[in-house]
Design a protein around this ligand. Structure first.
Ligand SMILES: [Zn+2]
Length: 95
């Protein structure tokens, strides 16, 4: 009987403690991610390719680009080049 009355209270206390420690850690976690982003350079890259022959290359993302957009003709002359993927490349180290 006594155990049944104490347990929910303990769980509440533990939950409150976890919440408080998380809130205390928040600024530290944010400063950690900020100092890390200084060392890592991020660049948006798009993968351009020809669906017919498989020729593909990546280049710097151009504003307005989207997956499936035609961006030119395949150098092998068998069809249009389309954007296949857009992703972020991370480069470690200072700029
Ligand atoms: Zn091609």
């Amino acid at each position: 009987m006594l155990v049944q009355q104490v347990n929910p209270l303990l769980i509440l206390l533990l939950a409150a403690l976890i919440m408080l420690s998380l809130m205390a850690l928040m600024p530290w976690l944010f400063s950690l991610s900020r100092s890390r982003s200084k060392a890592v350079r991020e660049e948006v890259v798009e993968l351009v390719g020809c669906p017919k022959c498989g020729h593909e290359y990546s280049r710097k993302y151009e504003r307005g680009s989207y997956v499936g957009k035609e961006v030119g003709a395949c150098p092998r002359g068998d069809g249009p080049l389309v954007v296949k993927a857009i992703y972020v490349e991370r480069h470690e180290g200072p700029e």
